[in-house]
Design a protein around this ligand. Sequence first.
Ligand code: AHG
Ligand code: MN
Ligand code: MN
Length: 337
Amino acid sequence: MTSKISLTRYLVEQQRQDGRIPPQLRLLLEVVARSCKNISYAVNKGALGGVLGTASTENVQGEIQKKLDIIANEVLIEANEWGGHLAAMASEEMDSIYLVPNRYPQGEYLLLFDPLDGSSNIDVNVSIGTIFSVLKKPDDHDAGIEEKDFLQAGNKQVAAGYCVYGPQTTLVLTVGDGVAMFTLDREQGSFVLTQENVQVPADTKEFAINMSNMRHWAPPVRKYIDECLQGKEGPRGKDFNMRWIASMVADVHRILTRGGVFMYPWDKREPEKAGKLRLMYEANPMSWLIEQAGGAATNGHQRILDLQPTKLHERVSVVLGSKNEVERVTAYHREAQ
Ligand code: AHG
Ligand code: MN
Ligand code: MN
Protein backbone atom coordinates (compact mmCIF):
# COMPACT_ATOMS: atom_id res chain seq x y z
CA MET A 1 0.00 0.00 0.00
CA THR A 2 1.35 3.45 -0.86
CA SER A 3 1.70 5.76 2.12
CA LYS A 4 -0.72 8.64 1.96
CA ILE A 5 0.36 12.07 3.11
CA SER A 6 -2.64 14.18 3.99
CA LEU A 7 -2.63 17.95 3.60
CA THR A 8 -2.67 18.20 7.41
CA ARG A 9 0.46 16.06 7.73
CA TYR A 10 2.18 17.94 4.91
CA LEU A 11 1.52 21.28 6.62
CA VAL A 12 2.60 20.03 10.06
CA GLU A 13 5.84 18.65 8.60
CA GLN A 14 6.53 21.89 6.72
CA GLN A 15 5.93 23.80 9.93
CA ARG A 16 8.40 21.58 11.79
CA GLN A 17 11.03 21.57 9.07
CA ASP A 18 11.81 25.20 8.55
CA GLY A 19 9.10 27.19 10.28
CA ARG A 20 7.87 28.31 6.85
CA ILE A 21 4.29 27.77 7.97
CA PRO A 22 3.58 29.40 11.35
CA PRO A 23 0.65 27.90 13.31
CA GLN A 24 -1.84 30.62 12.29
CA LEU A 25 -0.99 30.16 8.62
CA ARG A 26 -1.33 26.41 8.94
CA LEU A 27 -4.78 26.83 10.44
CA LEU A 28 -5.69 29.27 7.68
CA LEU A 29 -4.65 26.83 4.94
CA GLU A 30 -6.53 24.00 6.61
CA VAL A 31 -9.66 26.13 6.83
CA VAL A 32 -9.38 27.23 3.20
CA ALA A 33 -8.94 23.59 2.17
CA ARG A 34 -12.00 22.59 4.20
CA SER A 35 -14.00 25.36 2.53
CA CYS A 36 -12.89 24.12 -0.89
CA LYS A 37 -14.01 20.63 0.06
CA ASN A 38 -17.44 21.97 0.94
CA ILE A 39 -17.63 23.99 -2.27
CA SER A 40 -16.60 20.88 -4.18
CA TYR A 41 -19.50 18.93 -2.65
CA ALA A 42 -21.93 21.71 -3.58
CA VAL A 43 -20.54 21.84 -7.14
CA ASN A 44 -20.90 18.06 -7.44
CA LYS A 45 -24.54 18.10 -6.41
CA GLY A 46 -25.32 20.50 -9.24
CA ALA A 47 -29.00 20.55 -10.13
CA LEU A 48 -29.74 18.10 -7.28
CA GLY A 49 -28.56 20.67 -4.75
CA GLY A 50 -30.36 23.58 -6.44
CA VAL A 51 -27.05 25.38 -6.89
CA LEU A 52 -27.14 26.03 -10.63
CA GLY A 53 -28.36 29.17 -12.35
CA THR A 54 -28.23 32.88 -11.76
CA ALA A 55 -28.91 34.89 -8.63
CA SER A 56 -30.63 38.20 -9.15
CA THR A 57 -27.65 40.28 -8.01
CA GLU A 58 -24.61 41.98 -9.53
CA ASN A 59 -21.12 42.14 -8.06
CA VAL A 60 -18.89 45.21 -7.89
CA GLN A 61 -17.53 44.53 -11.40
CA GLY A 62 -21.09 44.72 -12.77
CA GLU A 63 -21.25 40.98 -13.46
CA ILE A 64 -24.44 39.03 -12.80
CA GLN A 65 -23.72 36.66 -9.94
CA LYS A 66 -24.40 32.95 -10.20
CA LYS A 67 -25.89 31.14 -7.21
CA LEU A 68 -22.59 29.30 -6.77
CA ASP A 69 -20.59 32.55 -6.72
CA ILE A 70 -22.59 33.56 -3.67
CA ILE A 71 -22.60 30.14 -2.02
CA ALA A 72 -18.82 29.74 -2.41
CA ASN A 73 -18.26 33.25 -1.04
CA GLU A 74 -20.40 32.49 2.03
CA VAL A 75 -18.68 29.16 2.64
CA LEU A 76 -15.26 30.84 2.67
CA ILE A 77 -16.36 33.69 4.93
CA GLU A 78 -18.20 31.54 7.46
CA ALA A 79 -15.35 29.05 7.71
CA ASN A 80 -12.64 31.69 8.08
CA GLU A 81 -14.09 34.40 10.29
CA TRP A 82 -14.03 32.72 13.71
CA GLY A 83 -10.70 30.83 13.85
CA GLY A 84 -8.54 33.73 15.05
CA HIS A 85 -6.11 33.49 12.13
CA LEU A 86 -7.43 36.39 10.06
CA ALA A 87 -7.75 40.15 10.38
CA ALA A 88 -9.85 40.61 7.24
CA MET A 89 -10.89 39.12 3.92
CA ALA A 90 -11.52 40.42 0.41
CA SER A 91 -13.39 38.74 -2.40
CA GLU A 92 -14.32 39.23 -6.03
CA GLU A 93 -17.92 39.02 -4.87
CA MET A 94 -17.76 41.77 -2.22
CA ASP A 95 -17.41 45.49 -2.98
CA SER A 96 -15.28 46.23 0.05
CA ILE A 97 -13.14 44.31 2.52
CA TYR A 98 -14.74 42.09 5.16
CA LEU A 99 -13.46 42.66 8.69
CA VAL A 100 -13.45 39.77 11.13
CA PRO A 101 -16.33 40.60 13.51
CA ASN A 102 -15.34 41.96 16.94
CA ARG A 103 -16.73 38.94 18.75
CA TYR A 104 -13.92 36.80 17.30
CA PRO A 105 -10.18 37.01 17.96
CA GLN A 106 -8.14 38.85 15.31
CA GLY A 107 -5.26 37.18 13.55
CA GLU A 108 -2.35 38.53 11.54
CA TYR A 109 -3.31 37.43 8.04
CA LEU A 110 -5.36 38.87 5.19
CA LEU A 111 -7.14 36.44 2.87
CA LEU A 112 -8.22 37.33 -0.67
CA PHE A 113 -10.20 35.06 -2.94
CA ASP A 114 -12.06 34.50 -6.14
CA PRO A 115 -14.59 32.14 -4.57
CA LEU A 116 -15.79 30.69 -7.87
CA ASP A 117 -13.63 31.10 -10.93
CA GLY A 118 -15.07 30.22 -14.33
CA SER A 119 -18.67 31.14 -13.51
CA SER A 120 -19.75 30.77 -17.16
CA ASN A 121 -18.86 27.06 -16.89
CA ILE A 122 -20.95 26.22 -13.80
CA ASP A 123 -24.18 25.38 -15.55
CA VAL A 124 -22.49 23.51 -18.41
CA ASN A 125 -20.62 21.08 -16.14
CA VAL A 126 -17.12 22.19 -17.08
CA SER A 127 -14.24 22.59 -14.57
CA ILE A 128 -14.37 25.60 -12.27
CA GLY A 129 -12.41 26.53 -9.16
CA THR A 130 -11.52 28.73 -6.21
CA ILE A 131 -8.40 30.94 -6.17
CA PHE A 132 -6.85 32.38 -2.99
CA SER A 133 -3.99 34.62 -1.92
CA VAL A 134 -2.68 35.22 1.61
CA LEU A 135 -0.93 38.40 2.80
CA LYS A 136 0.22 39.51 6.23
CA LYS A 137 -1.39 42.57 7.70
CA PRO A 138 1.16 45.40 7.91
CA ASP A 139 3.29 45.18 11.10
CA ASP A 140 2.71 48.74 12.25
CA HIS A 141 -0.98 48.14 12.46
CA ASP A 142 -2.90 48.04 15.71
CA ALA A 143 -5.97 49.94 14.61
CA GLY A 144 -8.62 48.61 12.24
CA ILE A 145 -7.72 47.15 8.88
CA GLU A 146 -8.52 49.24 5.82
CA GLU A 147 -8.54 48.52 2.11
CA LYS A 148 -5.11 50.14 1.71
CA ASP A 149 -3.62 47.44 3.97
CA PHE A 150 -4.48 44.91 1.26
CA LEU A 151 -2.73 46.87 -1.48
CA GLN A 152 0.52 44.91 -1.34
CA ALA A 153 2.45 43.65 -4.36
CA GLY A 154 2.13 39.95 -5.21
CA ASN A 155 5.74 39.39 -4.12
CA LYS A 156 4.50 39.93 -0.54
CA GLN A 157 2.19 36.89 -0.63
CA VAL A 158 2.92 34.29 2.06
CA ALA A 159 0.72 31.59 0.56
CA ALA A 160 -1.30 31.19 -2.62
CA GLY A 161 -3.26 28.48 -4.31
CA TYR A 162 -6.36 27.29 -6.04
CA CYS A 163 -8.70 24.37 -5.98
CA VAL A 164 -10.00 23.03 -9.28
CA TYR A 165 -13.38 21.26 -9.30
CA GLY A 166 -13.02 19.00 -12.30
CA PRO A 167 -13.05 15.25 -12.88
CA GLN A 168 -10.94 15.30 -9.71
CA THR A 169 -10.93 18.00 -7.06
CA THR A 170 -7.31 19.14 -6.77
CA LEU A 171 -5.87 21.72 -4.38
CA VAL A 172 -2.66 23.36 -5.55
CA LEU A 173 -0.57 25.28 -3.05
CA THR A 174 2.61 27.28 -2.61
CA VAL A 175 4.09 28.84 0.51
CA GLY A 176 7.19 29.94 -1.40
CA ASP A 177 8.94 26.59 -1.46
CA GLY A 178 7.72 25.07 -4.73
CA VAL A 179 4.28 23.89 -5.71
CA ALA A 180 2.45 20.87 -4.29
CA MET A 181 -0.80 19.28 -5.47
CA PHE A 182 -3.35 17.46 -3.30
CA THR A 183 -6.23 15.39 -4.60
CA LEU A 184 -9.48 15.13 -2.65
CA ASP A 185 -10.10 11.57 -1.49
CA ARG A 186 -13.87 11.63 -1.18
CA GLU A 187 -14.04 8.41 0.83
CA GLN A 188 -11.62 9.75 3.43
CA GLY A 189 -12.89 13.31 3.14
CA SER A 190 -9.33 14.65 3.02
CA PHE A 191 -6.83 16.07 0.57
CA VAL A 192 -3.91 13.75 -0.16
CA LEU A 193 -0.53 14.82 -1.53
CA THR A 194 -0.30 13.60 -5.13
CA GLN A 195 2.54 15.73 -6.57
CA GLU A 196 5.42 17.76 -5.22
CA ASN A 197 7.95 20.03 -6.94
CA VAL A 198 5.63 20.71 -9.84
CA GLN A 199 7.61 22.08 -12.83
CA VAL A 200 6.33 23.92 -15.89
CA PRO A 201 8.39 23.02 -18.98
CA ALA A 202 10.22 26.10 -20.33
CA ASP A 203 9.05 25.41 -23.89
CA THR A 204 5.63 24.56 -25.20
CA LYS A 205 3.54 24.09 -28.32
CA GLU A 206 0.26 25.03 -26.68
CA PHE A 207 -1.35 28.43 -26.17
CA ALA A 208 -4.55 29.55 -24.43
CA ILE A 209 -6.30 32.75 -25.41
CA ASN A 210 -9.86 33.72 -26.29
CA MET A 211 -9.42 33.92 -30.08
CA SER A 212 -12.78 35.63 -30.56
CA ASN A 213 -11.14 38.84 -29.32
CA MET A 214 -8.41 38.75 -31.96
CA ARG A 215 -9.55 41.86 -33.78
CA HIS A 216 -9.30 43.85 -30.55
CA TRP A 217 -5.76 42.79 -29.56
CA ALA A 218 -2.68 44.99 -29.46
CA PRO A 219 -0.10 44.34 -32.24
CA PRO A 220 2.41 42.37 -30.07
CA VAL A 221 -0.24 39.84 -29.04
CA ARG A 222 -1.43 39.55 -32.63
CA LYS A 223 2.10 39.00 -33.85
CA TYR A 224 2.75 36.25 -31.30
CA ILE A 225 -0.47 34.36 -32.08
CA ASP A 226 -0.07 34.88 -35.86
CA GLU A 227 3.32 33.21 -35.65
CA CYS A 228 1.92 30.30 -33.63
CA LEU A 229 -0.86 29.85 -36.18
CA GLN A 230 1.61 29.66 -39.06
CA GLY A 231 2.89 26.44 -37.53
CA LYS A 232 5.77 24.47 -39.08
CA GLU A 233 5.86 26.72 -42.15
CA GLY A 234 6.12 29.91 -40.09
CA PRO A 235 8.94 31.56 -38.14
CA ARG A 236 8.42 29.30 -35.11
CA GLY A 237 9.01 26.14 -37.18
CA LYS A 238 6.53 24.05 -35.19
CA ASP A 239 2.80 23.43 -35.05
CA PHE A 240 0.92 24.84 -32.07
CA ASN A 241 -2.20 23.55 -30.39
CA MET A 242 -4.83 25.75 -28.77
CA ARG A 243 -6.94 25.29 -25.62
CA TRP A 244 -9.32 27.75 -23.98
CA ILE A 245 -11.47 26.50 -21.12
CA ALA A 246 -12.69 29.92 -19.94
CA SER A 247 -11.90 28.98 -16.34
CA MET A 248 -8.50 30.40 -15.43
CA VAL A 249 -8.07 27.69 -12.79
CA ALA A 250 -8.50 24.93 -15.34
CA ASP A 251 -6.23 26.60 -17.91
CA VAL A 252 -3.53 27.24 -15.30
CA HIS A 253 -3.89 23.70 -13.99
CA ARG A 254 -3.23 22.35 -17.47
CA ILE A 255 -0.18 24.59 -17.79
CA LEU A 256 1.20 23.46 -14.40
CA THR A 257 0.66 19.88 -15.54
CA ARG A 258 2.08 19.94 -19.07
CA GLY A 259 3.18 23.48 -19.94
CA GLY A 260 1.67 26.10 -22.19
CA VAL A 261 1.11 29.83 -22.27
CA PHE A 262 -2.05 31.55 -21.02
CA MET A 263 -2.99 35.07 -22.07
CA TYR A 264 -5.79 37.40 -21.18
CA PRO A 265 -4.29 40.60 -22.57
CA TRP A 266 -5.52 44.18 -22.61
CA ASP A 267 -7.70 44.75 -25.66
CA LYS A 268 -9.53 47.59 -27.40
CA ARG A 269 -13.03 46.57 -26.31
CA GLU A 270 -12.70 48.55 -23.09
CA PRO A 271 -9.40 50.40 -23.53
CA GLU A 272 -9.55 52.07 -20.13
CA LYS A 273 -9.39 48.65 -18.42
CA ALA A 274 -5.95 47.09 -18.05
CA GLY A 275 -7.43 43.67 -18.76
CA LYS A 276 -10.24 41.39 -17.68
CA LEU A 277 -8.64 39.46 -14.86
CA ARG A 278 -8.24 40.80 -11.38
CA LEU A 279 -4.75 41.44 -10.05
CA MET A 280 -5.10 40.68 -6.36
CA TYR A 281 -7.08 37.45 -6.29
CA GLU A 282 -6.58 35.99 -9.77
CA ALA A 283 -3.31 37.13 -11.37
CA ASN A 284 -1.13 37.40 -8.24
CA PRO A 285 -1.77 33.94 -6.77
CA MET A 286 -1.59 32.27 -10.19
CA SER A 287 1.59 34.15 -11.10
CA TRP A 288 3.30 33.08 -7.89
CA LEU A 289 2.32 29.45 -8.41
CA ILE A 290 3.61 29.57 -11.99
CA GLU A 291 6.89 31.20 -10.93
CA GLN A 292 7.31 28.71 -8.11
CA ALA A 293 7.01 25.98 -10.73
CA GLY A 294 9.73 27.56 -12.89
CA GLY A 295 7.43 29.49 -15.24
CA ALA A 296 7.00 33.23 -15.70
CA ALA A 297 4.18 35.78 -15.50
CA THR A 298 4.05 39.34 -16.85
CA ASN A 299 1.50 41.92 -17.90
CA GLY A 300 3.34 42.14 -21.22
CA HIS A 301 5.79 44.65 -19.76
CA GLN A 302 6.53 43.90 -16.12
CA ARG A 303 6.58 40.97 -13.75
CA ILE A 304 3.04 40.73 -12.37
CA LEU A 305 4.30 40.03 -8.83
CA ASP A 306 6.09 43.41 -8.78
CA LEU A 307 3.03 45.48 -9.66
CA GLN A 308 1.88 47.82 -6.90
CA PRO A 309 -1.92 47.51 -6.64
CA THR A 310 -3.82 50.78 -6.39
CA LYS A 311 -7.25 49.33 -5.69
CA LEU A 312 -8.70 46.07 -4.45
CA HIS A 313 -10.52 45.08 -7.63
CA GLU A 314 -7.82 46.30 -10.01
CA ARG A 315 -7.59 44.54 -13.35
CA VAL A 316 -4.47 43.48 -15.16
CA SER A 317 -3.29 42.10 -18.48
CA VAL A 318 -1.95 38.56 -18.01
CA VAL A 319 0.66 36.48 -19.85
CA LEU A 320 1.78 33.43 -17.88
CA GLY A 321 3.15 29.92 -18.25
CA SER A 322 6.17 28.36 -19.95
CA LYS A 323 9.08 30.70 -19.42
CA ASN A 324 10.46 31.00 -22.95
CA GLU A 325 7.04 31.77 -24.43
CA VAL A 326 6.22 34.39 -21.78
CA GLU A 327 9.60 36.00 -22.42
CA ARG A 328 8.89 36.03 -26.15
CA VAL A 329 5.48 37.72 -25.72
CA THR A 330 7.03 40.23 -23.33
CA ALA A 331 9.87 40.94 -25.79
CA TYR A 332 7.31 41.61 -28.56
CA HIS A 333 5.67 44.19 -26.29
CA ARG A 334 9.07 45.78 -25.57
CA GLU A 335 9.93 45.98 -29.29
CA ALA A 336 6.58 47.65 -30.03
CA GLN A 337 7.21 50.50 -27.58
P1 AHG B 1 -14.84 34.69 -13.01
O1 AHG B 1 -15.76 33.55 -13.31
O2 AHG B 1 -14.24 34.60 -11.63
O3 AHG B 1 -15.43 36.03 -13.29
O4 AHG B 1 -13.54 34.54 -13.92
C1 AHG B 1 -13.68 34.21 -15.28
C2 AHG B 1 -12.41 34.58 -15.97
C3 AHG B 1 -11.36 33.50 -16.06
O5 AHG B 1 -11.57 32.40 -15.26
C4 AHG B 1 -11.36 33.10 -17.52
O6 AHG B 1 -10.06 32.82 -17.93
C5 AHG B 1 -11.96 34.26 -18.22
O7 AHG B 1 -12.75 34.95 -17.30
C6 AHG B 1 -12.80 33.85 -19.39
O8 AHG B 1 -13.20 34.98 -20.05
P2 AHG B 1 -13.94 34.94 -21.47
O9 AHG B 1 -15.35 34.46 -21.20
O10 AHG B 1 -13.88 36.37 -21.92
O11 AHG B 1 -13.18 34.00 -22.38
MN1 MN C 1 -12.17 34.39 -11.81
MN1 MN D 1 -15.25 34.43 -9.72
